[in-house]
Each structure stands twice: as C-alpha cells, then as structure tokens.
Design a binder for this molecule. Sequence first.
Ligand SMILES: C[S@@+](CC[C@H](N)C(=O)[O-])C[C@H]1O[C@@H](n2cnc3c(N)ncnc32)[C@H](O)[C@@H]1O
Length: 328
Amino acid sequence: MRLNYPVIFPLNQLTYVGEDDSAFFCQIHGRRFNALSTRYMLPADEEEVRRSELQHKIIQFLFNGKNYVGPIADILSPREGQERCRVLDLGTGGGFWAIDLADEFPSAEVIGVDLAPIQPREVPANCTFELCDLDQFYLPYPSEHFDVIHARFMHTGIENYSRFLHEIARMLRPGGLVILIEPDTEPIADEKSASHFTRSGQPSGMRGWFTLWETYRKCLRDKGIDVNIPPELSNLVASTGAFNRIVSQEGNIPIGFWPKDPVALSIGQLAWMNYDIMLPAMKPLFLSAGMRDWEAKKLIEEAHQDLYYPLVRASSRLHIVHAIKKAK
Ligand SMILES: C[S@@+](CC[C@H](N)C(=O)[O-])C[C@H]1O[C@@H](n2cnc3c(N)ncnc32)[C@H](O)[C@@H]1O
C-alpha cells in the first residue's frame, strides 16, 4: 500500500491534489460536487462513494464474483521482455474497480481517472488516481498506451460519446480490450406482476417512479447528454471501425426484494439500496433545471414511495459491451 495524491490534468504542469482537497469541490443546493464539470450532475460526496461501492458489488454478483467480462487475464498476463501492462478506468468514482484490478493483477499499472478526488488515499502500489474532465475532444493520454480501458456508469458526464469512443480507440494498443457498462435510464416494470392498472395500462403502482425517470432523462437531454447511449453502445463501438470481436450483453437488474433466486435477490437488494441513495442525489439536478424545491421534493418522495411500496416488479437494464482493438 502507498499514499495516493491524485494528479490533475490538463494543466501545463502536473499538480498534486495534496491533503487539503477542498479546492476540487463546490457546494450545489446543499450537496458537495466536483469543481471540474457542470455537465455531470450527481454529487461527489460520501453518499455517492457508498453508492459507487454498491454498484461495484452489483456487477460482481452479475459477473459471478468477477470484476470484468472479456479476456482481461490473457491480455494482462506478464510477458518476458515486455513493458508492464497498463489499465485505465475512466470515471472511476470511488475507485473500487481500479483497486480490485490492481490487487488481482499486481504486475499491471492501473490508473483511475475522475472529476473528483473521492478515491481512497491508501492504494495498492500499482494503482494511481488522476483528475480530469473526460468530456473533451482530446484526452490527455498517449496513443496506443493502454492494454485495457474500462468505463462504467459514466455516459451522463459525456456530451459526445462517439468522440469519447474514438479517443478510447486511440489510447488502446492494437489487440487491447475495452469494457463499457452503461445502465438504461428508462425504467422497466413487469406489468404482469401489477396488482393495479391505470386506464392507460401503465402500472398505477409505479407512476411516481416513471415520472421521476422521465424528468431525469429530460434534465440530462437539456444538459446535452444523449440518453439513448446505453442501448446503442454496441452500434457506437462498431461505428468507430476500430474494434473487432465486439460482444454485447444485456443484464436485467431486479430492484427490490421480489426475486426468488438467491443471487438475483442479492442483486435486487443492492439495487434497491443504490436507488434509495440515488433519488435524493438527483435533487440538485432538478433544482438547477429550474424546478421549485417543493416540486423536486414531491417528485422524489413519490418515486421513493414506489421504491418502498412497489405494486409491480421493477428492474433496470444494463448494457455491457467488450471489444478488441483491431491490429494495424
Ligand atoms: C455513477 S459513478 C460510477 C463510478 C464507477 N465507474 C463505478 O462503476 O463504480 C460515475 C463517475 O463518473 C465520473 N464522471 C462522469 N463524467 C465524467 C467526466 N466527464 N470526466 C471524468 N469523470 C466523469 C463521475 O465523477 C463519477 O465519479
């Protein structure tokens, strides 16, 4: 273990965050946010780090205890006479994935990059965290530099996702692996499980839940985010022309305590906890979009009510894509 003080890009000279990191945060409507981007509008505080850990555990359950899909172990196996392998985790959040990867592959060098220094300061010796707004035309890393690039749950901070993918392709070495995981922002409710229906056929038990997600999607669109990125992920990767062996998977994440299968139940419980924290975290976005305090409060309260007392089985959809960069 060693102490990590994240480095900040893109400055002419590298600057270390240091022990007092208050300059890298700001307050918005009573929550702590990153100070680098106004596009990504979820907080950067302890609650969000807790949520980032819950998301990490959900994925581990989904991947049968593993942290990844695709041939990572093969790509990161040390080869005699070759440089250390390099891994980049874009939008690393609390750094859980980066730290686990660094622990699992001690011979690889792992960099996690985010808008805010919310990662632990004690990290494995082969793990480093950096700060950078990745919502830009050029990313500050060399070409063909990384063996693996991972970006998870972060499309809501990137305006031009196609460009982002081109940058990922540029930074990967030929034969390198990209792993992308993004959740739909459109909720799913199993109508067959509904005990009450409205005349339109939409489950009455989830009206608050549906309204909240519709509002969230509108606010994201107003901030320039394409909310259709997750279901389009695989097509977007293909359209860069830079990858082959593109594998696309979808996972349904149950929300709540309804699954009978023990693994699905664990995922449902973790997802429920994730949304319990996420709903209030959306309030600053709603207020910044011009909603009045009481309106935002009501919107969140009604969605919370549906989360706590669901009349239908709710779930969300995850899009998982991995691909290999073509050889030259
Ligand atoms: C929901 S969290 C997910 C964290 C982590 N990837 C995980 O899966 O646990 C999204 C993270 O992406 C980061 N992020 C979003 N937009 C970003 C951007 N433009 N540049 C850098 N980081 C960004 C946020 O700061 C946040 O920590």
